[in-house]
Design a protein around this ligand. Structure first.
Ligand SMILES: [Zn+2]
Length: 949
């Protein structure tokens, strides 16, 4: 049993001596000599706010006071960690700018703007000399990142002169408020403190800081805290979090594998200018501090050096915390090293090191009671242990080999405790880095060099993405996403002949003898999950070719490394579309491009028809769904070229049936309690220029939906039909989400006088009226429970998989049963890869007669309303893990159920997932474009008559 006192007072005393006690002289090189003292007010306050003596270390129980250098309190009005005080982003920036203005040890670069126009910055902190020569240091890192630019002798010389850049990032998740506060104090300490540990860090390491990775969400969450959270007490909580963090997403900014969100993209672009060997994201969820060590399942493409480095640093931290007498620090046992989509993976994907902390904290700054009982799961305020237990990660109050000293019992937890743990951890990580700066740089260089050698040493030598694919717009996007990540791509100068096949001139060639060769393989290969018994924290699959429905050929033939190519030098390529021939109208081929819908909206004032059967014009085949556009040929040509489409002028209209491509009035429906998956659909609609209204229960309850909308989309939300209908529980008080003079960040993307209660049954009735009056209701993923369970699609059943079933985002086969249905315009294969979204197991009951004497012989017929289904079984899992794949065998993937004058289209999957499954987006877009041209096929009789043999 551990005592709550420091286990070794002697050690603590030693640490204090090693740090700073009493007045110290700050090393000066460019400013006047200034005597520093420790800030007594700080020490007193921090002691008061720290709820137990063992929740603080000698690294952070004091703060120097230096004339001329503003401490956080001098700018913000309070010390970091004061209860009930959170800082808005503008004030955080104000602090760093004041610090930079006062000290040559700080420099700020602006790297972009957030969605809501806030400045995105990176703050550098280091010795005067480091900051003065930052340009030189960044050049060194760039040279180590690309071993082709230097010989190994030169690399050794560079390592001798260079310094590691250690990047810290707070506020990626807006409810995880502590680290963004703490980092200000850390920056000040790194500038001002004169102690052996800090001096070594300042001299040997350059620290860079993302103060708040999602500043829009930060401010909204701080507003919410001051409006609601600050008044919460135990047993009396608001019962709902703020409906939005960033404009589109919540936690998924840490799973944005294609860097769609501007804040994440800005950081990636910055990354290539200063490639930091270490990137460390500071989260806030576990008890009391979890430090990531890259546990299994691990991405096998990454360098074994990395898998040695990760636990080394994590174990050092765990030991130091124990030495300082601070309980509850652990490693292993939480996040694994499988998905490369976490933000800090930016670093390990590029031969550096990802690091993460999860620090105990709350979404606000109130001090709260924690109860950690080894016999029970969790406690109030503790991490979501039920979820962890479900994920096999266990109770955090229990001792494990990786958690030698768990926190247990009952205690208060304060924002300052969170600061103490976070800052002690980060200083410790920096201390380690300052002791082994050359090893870290050497490893960074060697990992980069090893990555270059994989092409010759490993089986996979490269990838070819053939030119001349039917739809090149998705190939273009794929190339640009790879280029964005720094992957080098060339275009074959001539036809390429390899063991794997012959590819036309102009094909894209990715050779695995480049620094980011490992990343290319990670993104393009089929994910082979190592052990079906292992759980993972996020998706098991992301194979980009499959997600895009684009052909990507894996090449083992080493000759690929010597294929003559012209390097793609542009950051983004553009493959222009073509319009040949002339005529009064233009046919635009529908090859499955997501840009078709953009074209339709850009030409919204022109007559556009869709052909219902394939036809040929010259040597071009126009499949069903192709557009025939009349009028303004010059504009059509210009848009076709910009959008990368294939078009031919028509002397006469094609002799096939056609229908008008009318533009529907679209609403996207959102509950208040779960807006993120909706955000991804909104993002895609915004990017493809599809206008829509975002509506909530407030609009639905007003009724008359059909008068305003033709199509209503329910993206994934809620997880069950009941959650869609009843949403956030009402606890007696309304929860208002509205903009006000005091809370300017609330009421964005929707307003409500009370976000609780859901649409209720009256809302269901309005949806029913909408459909029977001719509206098209489209439900995605788990939202498809709603029409099945609440009778809007009466014949459809939505079941759940068994407890043994486990499928974190694999890519599986889906079989198209009704290829003539407009949803499949542009698809030319009967079986397509789709991402499995763990939505409902859909089935449709037809022709079932409970009074029949004998059931019909043979398997029941597949109802006509089932448009696509999952063949199921292990043999149809294309990438990633699906445990229990037989459970989805022949389950419906898309159902089109007529109802009254309208219809409900249920997707079991999510055709618009996180800016990833571009090959499926088109199914949703086709639904929108052909909403009033879907023909209902009469159902076959239940007992089929004898078929001729
Ligand atoms: Zn987080």
């Amino acid at each position: 049993m551990f005592r709550w006192e420091r286990p070794a007072r002697l050690l603590a005393a030693l640490a204090v001596t090693a740090v700073a006690s009493g007045p110290a002289v700050i090393a000066q090189s460019s400013a006047n000599k200034r005597v520093t003292a420790n800030d007594e007010d700080f020490a007193r306050s921090v002691k008061e706010w720290t709820t137990r003596p063992d929740f603080i270390s000698p690294l952070v129980d004091h703060l120097p006071k230096v004339a001329g250098i503003p401490s956080p309190k001098e700018i913000l009005g309070h010390h970091i960690g004061e209860p009930k005080k959170l800082t808005y982003y503008a004030d955080i920036l104000k602090y760093y700018r004041a610090l930079a203005a006062a000290s040559p040890r700080v420099k700020i670069v602006t790297i972009g703007k957030s969605n809501e126009n806030r400045d995105l910055v990176v703050v550098f902190v280091g010795a005067d000399e480091s900051i003065k020569n930052l340009e030189q240091y960044r050049t060194y890192l760039g040279q180590l990142a690309d071993p082709r630019t230097v010989t190994s002798e030169q690399a050794a010389q560079i390592i001798a002169k260079a310094k590691p850049l250690y990047h810290l990032s707070g506020g990626l998740h807006s409810g995880e408020i502590g680290p963004s506060e703490m980092l200000m104090e850390l920056a000040y300490r790194l500038v001002t403190e004169d102690s052996p540990i800090i001096n070594a860090i300042r001299d040997n390491v350059i620290v860079s800081i993302t103060p708040v990775a999602d500043p829009d969400g930060r401010d909204r969450n701080v507003d919410w805290y001051y409006k609601y959270g600050i008044n919460e007490t135990e047993g009396r909580t608001t019962g709902a979090g703020v409906p939005y963090w960033g404009k589109y997403v919540f936690h998924d900014d840490n799973r944005d594998i294609n860097y769609s969100q501007v804040e994440m993209r800005a950081l990636l672009d910055w990354y290539f200018q200063y490639p930091p060997p270490i990137m460390h994201d500071l989260h806030q969820a576990q008890t009391l501090l979890y430090t990531f060590s890259g546990q299994a399942p691990q991405n096998p493409n990454l360098d074994p050096i990395l898998y040695g480095e990760l636990p080394m640093m994590a174990n050092f931290e765990m030991a130091q915390f124990a030495k300082y007498g601070m309980p509850g620090v652990w490693t292993h046992g939480f996040v694994d090293m499988w998905s490369p989509g976490y933000l800090a993976f930016m670093s390990s994907n590029h031969n550096g090191m990802i690091r993460m902390y999860e620090i105990q904290g709350f979404s606000g700054a109130n001090t709260q009671k924690m109860r950690l009982n080894a016999g029970q799961a969790g406690g109030r305020g503790a991490a979501p242990d039920a979820a962890l237990a479900a994920a096999g990660r266990g109770n955090q109050a229990v001792r494990e080999w990786y958690r030698p000293w768990p926190a247990t019992g009952e205690f208060d937890w304060s924002l300052r405790n969170n600061t103490n743990y976070g800052e002690t951890g980060v200083i410790t990580a920096l201390q380690y880095t300052s002791q082994f700066p050359k090893i870290i740089l050497e490893n960074f260089y060697v990992k980069s060099r090893n990555s270059m050698e994989t092409g010759r040493k490993e089986t996979v030598a490269g990838y070819v993405i053939p030119s001349g694919q039917r739809d090149m717009t998705r190939v273009e996007r794929l190339i640009n996403l790879l280029r964005m990540q720094g992957i080098e791509i060339g275009r074959a100068a001539a036809e390429v002949k390899l063991q794997e096949g012959t590819f036309p001139a102009g094909s894209f060639v990715i050779k695995r003898d480049q620094p980011y060769s490992r990343l290319a393989k990670t993104l393009l290969e089929k994910q082979v999950y190592p052990d079906p018994n292992l759980r993972t924290y996020d998706d098991t699959a992301w194979t980009m070719g499959m997600m895009s429905h684009a052909e990507v050929k894996e090449i083992a033939d080493k000759r690929v490394l010597d294929v003559a190519v012209t390097p793609v030098t542009e950051k983004e390529i553009h493959l222009a579309g073509t319009l040949t021939g002339s005529g009064s109208a233009v046919a635009v081929a529908h090859y499955g491009s997501n840009n078709m819908i953009t074209l339709r909206y850009r030409l919204k004032d022109l007559k556009v028809q869709a052909v219902e059967h394939e036809f040929r014009q010259g040597d071009v085949t126009f499949p069903a769904g192709s557009f025939v556009v009349s009028g303004d040929g010059a504009r059509v040509k210009s848009e076709v070229e910009k959008l990368g489409l294939t078009a031919v002028g028509l002397p006469a209209p094609p002799q096939v049936p056609m229908h008008d491509v009318d533009l529907p009035r679209i609403a996207i429906y959102s509950i208040w309690g779960n807006t993120q998956e909706i955000g991804w659909v909104r993002y895609a609609f915004d990017k493809f220029e599809i206008p829509f209204d975002l509506i909530y229960k407030e609009r639905v309850k007003k009724g008359d939906l059909k008068a305003a909308y033709d199509v209503i989309i329910l993206p994934m939300q809620g997880g069950s039909g009941k959650r869609v209908v009843f949403d956030i529980e009402n606890r007696g008080q309304p929860i208002v989400y509205k903009k006000s003079e005091q809370f300017k960040n609330l009421g964005m993307y929707g307003e409500s006088d009370d976000i609780t209660g859901g649409m209720g049954l009256e809302g269901v009735a309005e949806f029913e009226k909408f459909v029977t009056a001719g509206g098209v209701l489209v439900t995605l993923g788990t939202a498809s429970y709603f029409p099945a369970e609440f009778g809007l699609a009466r014949r459809v059943d939505a079941a759940r998989t068994s407890a043994q079933f486990y499928a974190p985002g694999p890519i599986v086969d889906a079989e198209i049963l009704k290829p003539e249905h407009p949803i499949f315009y542009g698809y030319d294969k009967k079986t397509v890869p789709v991402r499995y979204a763990s939505g409902p197991l859909l089935s449709v009951q037809t022709g079932f007669n409970p009074f029949a004497d004998t059931p019909p012989a043979g398997p029941p017929p597949t109802p006509n309303s089932v448009l696509m289904r999952y063949p199921g079984g292990d043999e149809h899992v294309l990438s990633g893990l699906m445990r229990g794949a037989a459970e989805i065998r022949n389950r419906a993937a898309i159902v089109d159920e007529p109802s009254g004058k309208g219809r409900v289209i249920l997707f079991a999957g999510n055709p618009c997932y996180r800016w990833q499954n571009f090959g499926e987006f088109n199914m949703l877009f086709n639904t929108v474009l052909n909403y009033n041209d879907i023909k209902t096929v009469p159902e076959r009789p239940a007992t089929p008559t004898a078929q001729p043999q």
